[in-house]
Every structure is written in structure tokens, then in C-alpha cells.
Design a protein around this ligand. Structure first.
Ligand SMILES: Cc1ncc(COP(=O)(O)O)c(C=O)c1O
Ligand SMILES: [Zn+2]
Length: 413
């Protein structure tokens, strides 16, 4: 569905869709796309969406900002419509009445970020752009490199030189041009904008390109379809989301806002943004009741949420407040503890995803949520992305001589 107009989430200025590409021309705030279905909900047929046999983000095509490029040939690999599990072992352990975990690791490049990249690359197809650049700690870049490879577009990825080996390996094998920056994610971010301005490449940066939120909103739509629709009417839902730049949170909120406009839901689920203690810029603003997000010197084991200055901080702050939610921080130790806890339910996650679960654990311990309210944790990325952190979170396996007595000895049987 074509975008009717963009509106700045900060100053409220509206823009015709073709007059702006990235952020607000007045205040550089993040832009929200708006659609005619907000005024005319009958434009979208709910039954057609729910009955769709397309098990991907494209089941929501009537709500998306780009056309499905692969209706016949599916050039973009299958993204989204990820499973939601209800692990009994964790629910009991936490003393929760209802627990949902949405597992994003099955996306083509093994993280949530494929949602945004699929939409940005579809936009590049629509506008005939050949080269797309992004700055990334790894996942957004891997997602872009993957989606660009599917359709033969050129991807240039700027990543901090400290990016994790698995993520760099993905970038390189997808055939992207990878440049490692001797600096952090924020440095790579600024350099990528200078480069796209200089060379005219399309920039996919999180929270800079407004199509990223339009991709990420599909997770909000799925949470509605897979969870909210099946809860008793009027039921609350606490949604735990790991936060770096704040764009995943803003995206999920955008999905819920579209659903509210369509009147498919009548209230917003409660958004709970989880930041690492060592990277808590938005949390700080929330606690100080401030409308300014000040940069921190970020340092956390969860590389995907290790951000000095969150690029979507203000909007994420606003969306959390609108939903009556809150921000919470978790320590690296709590993040590491959460990895094998999720593992015990058959889920293998990277530290950023574990942070969301650690946020739920802490919110329950500190009585910030009611255990009788259903909770959903967004597990945003696969544990294969950061094997070192996974190994750090568990006891090493014993090594024995290949003899039965030795096996009995270590198993104490
Ligand atoms: C696995 C994972 N979780 C969470 C996040 C945080 O998302 P955002 O930076 O939009 O807040 C990222 C971002 O890279 C990610 O890759
Ligand atoms: Zn503005």
C-alpha cells in the first residue's frame, strides 16, 4: 500500500512521501509512515490476512509500505512469521501465569533484522537503486547482505572492527563489501551517512531509513495474530524487547499503532524496553523523566545493544510512555545467566536476546509487573552469532578417556 505521508515523530511536521528519504528535514527526528487505511479501516480485509497461506511478513502486504517483490518467484527469502512458544519449564520457574517467547533465530540470517532489510531491499527494487550501505554491529548488516544477495544488489557494510567473527563471516559469505572501522558502531554509523551523501547510495541504517520501522512493525502484527487475538478480550500483555538504538521497539509499537487505527485492537500492549546496564542511554532518560537522550560510553557483552547514542531513542521513549510501559536495565551477569535458562527450554540465543528475558526475570523480582499478566519475550537473535558468550555462560564440558569407568566417574553413576 503506498505511503500517504511521513510525519516526524518529534516535531510533527508532515512530508509528501517523495519529498523526504531519511529523517525530518526540520529537526532530524525519526519519520513515521502513514497510510490511507488509518482513515478508512475497511480498506484492509482482516479475514484475508488471517487466512493467508503465506508464512512470512508478506501475509501483511496490505499493511506494508512496499509491494511484495516475490509474489511469484519469491526472490527475497522467507522472513518473519516466526514461531511463538509457551515454554512450560520457564513459565513455572518464573511463577508466571502465561509466558510467550517469540523466536527470531529462524529468519534467513538468524536475527530479527531480516524484517527491516527485506522491506528496505524491496524499496530499493521499487526505486531501482543498485547499491545499499549500512552501518551495523553485525546483525543489521548480515540481514542487508543476505537480502541484497537474494536479489543481486550491491551491499556495503561498515562494521566496528570488534564485530563478532560469526557476523563478519556472514557478511563476507553473502558477498557484501565489508569495511571494518577502527571505531565503534556510532563511528561506523556517522561514516555510512557521510558515504551515502557523497556517493548517492541508499542508506539502510537503523532508525535513519524510515522503511526499517515499516519492516520491524511486522513483528507487532504477528504478535497480534499469534497472541493478542487469542487472549481473553481486554487482557493486557507485557512485551519485553531488547533495546540498543530503540528501532525494534519503535517498529513493534508501529505495528500496534497501525492495528489500533484499524480497530483490530482497542488498546496498546505494554512495551518494556530492556537495555544493558552498560548501555542504558534511553533507560536514563526514562528514569529522569527527561525528553533528552544523552550518549553514554557503552560497554556490554551484548554487542547488538552496545550503543553510545541510540538513534531512535526519543521515539522509543515516547512509545514506551504511550503504552504505559517502562525501561529496565540488566547486568552482563544477568544476561549471561539468561542464556542457559533459555537453553533449558530449547532456545539458543545471542546475548541481546537473552537481555530481554533477563529483563523479564528482573521485572518479576522487583514487582514491576504482575505475574498474572501474560508476558512475551522477543528473542531477537540466534546463539550461533556469539558462541563465545554462550560458552562463557555455562560450565565447560569435561574431557575423559574413552572408557566406561571414566564416563561413570564424571556422571557419578
Ligand atoms: C539481536 C538483536 N537484538 C536487539 C537489537 C536491538 O535493536 P535496536 O538497536 O533497534 O534497539 C539488535 C540490533 O542490532 C539485535 O541485532
Ligand atoms: Zn521534525
Amino acid at each position: 500500500m503506498p505511503i500517504s505521508y511521513f510525519q516526524c515523530s518529534h516535531c510533527g511536521r508532515k512530508f509528501e512521501p517523495e519529498t523526504v528519504t531519511y529523517t525530518c528535514l526540520t529537526c532530524c527526528g525519526n519519520l513515521d509512515a502513514h497510510f490511507s487505511f488509518e482513515e478508512n479501516p475497511s480498506e484492509v480485509n482482516q479475514a484475508a490476512v488471517v487466512e493467508s497461506r503465506e508464512a512470512s511478513i508478506w501475509r501483511y502486504a496490505p499493511l506494508l509500505a512496499v509491494f511484495d517483490p516475490g509474489f511469484e518467484t519469491m526472490p527475497i527469502h522467507r522472513v518473519g512469521f516466526t514461531p511463538v512458544y509457551q515454554p512450560e519449564i520457564l513459565r513455572k520457574k518464573l511463577g508466571l501465569e502465561t509466558l510467550f517467547i517469540k523466536d527470531e533465530s529462524g529468519n534467513p540470517s538468524a536475527s530479527f533484522k531480516d524484517r527491516a532489510s527485506a522491506i528496505v531491499v524491496s524499496r530499493a527494487i521499487e526505486t531501482d537503486v543498485e547499491t545499499i550501505i549500512a552501518a551495523s554491529t553485525g546483525n543489521a548488516g548480515a540481514a542487508l547482505a543476505c537480502m541484497a544477495a537474494c536479489v543481486g544488489k550491491r551491499a556495503i557494510i561498515l562494521a566496528p572492527r570488534t564485530a563478532l567473527p560469526a557476523k563478519i563471516a556472514q557478511l563476507l559469505t553473502y558477498g557484501a563489501q565489508v569495511i571494518l572501522v577502527d571505531g565503534n558502531y556510532d563511528d561506523a554509523f556517522n561514516l555510512s551517512i557521510a558515504a551515502s551523501n557523497e556517493f548517492g547510495w541508499y542508506n539502510r541504517n537503523t532508525a535513519y531509513n524510515p522503511y526499517t520501522v515499516e519492516g520491524k512493525k511486522t513483528a507487532g502484527l504477528e504478535i497480534w495474530e499469534q497472541v493478542l487475538r487469542h487472549l481473553p478480550s481486554g487482557s493486557d500483555l507485557n512485551v519485553f524487547i531488547p533495546v540498543g538504538d530503540g528501532n525494534i521497539l519503535s517498529g513493534i509499537a508501529k505495528g500496534f499503532l497501525d492495528l489500533l487505527a484499524l480497530r483490530w485492537i482497542n488498546k496498546l500492549p505494554r512495551l518494556i524496553g530492556v537495555q544493558a546496564e552498560g548501555s542504558g542511554a534511553i533507560y536514563n532518560a526514562f528514569i529522569q523523566k527527561s525528553n533528552r537522550v544523552e550518549a553514554v560510553k557503552a560497554n556490554t557483552i551484548a554487542d547488538s545493544i552496545n550503543v553510545d547514542l541510540p538513534r531512535d531513542g526519543l521515539r522509543a521513549l515516547k512509545r514506551v510512555r504511550e503504552s504505559n510501559g517502562f525501561f529496565i536495565t540488566v547486568s552482563d551477569e544477568q544476561i549471561l545467566t539468561a542464556i542457559p535458562q533459555l537453553g533449558s527450554a530449547g532456545l539458543f540465543v545471542e546475548p541481546a536476546a537473552a537481555a530481554a528475558y533477563a529483563g523479564l526475570v528482573k521485572a518479576l523480582q522487583t514487582n514491576q509487573i504482575d505475574p498474572s499478566t501474560p508476558a512475551l519475550v522477543l528473542a531477537t537473535g540466534s546463539g550461533l552469532k556469539d558462541v563465545r558468550a554462550a560458552m562463557q555462560s555455562v560450565q565447560p564440558a569435561p574431557i575423559i578417556e574413552p572408557r566406561l569407568e571414566k564416563l561413570k566417574e564424571v556422571l557419578s553413576v
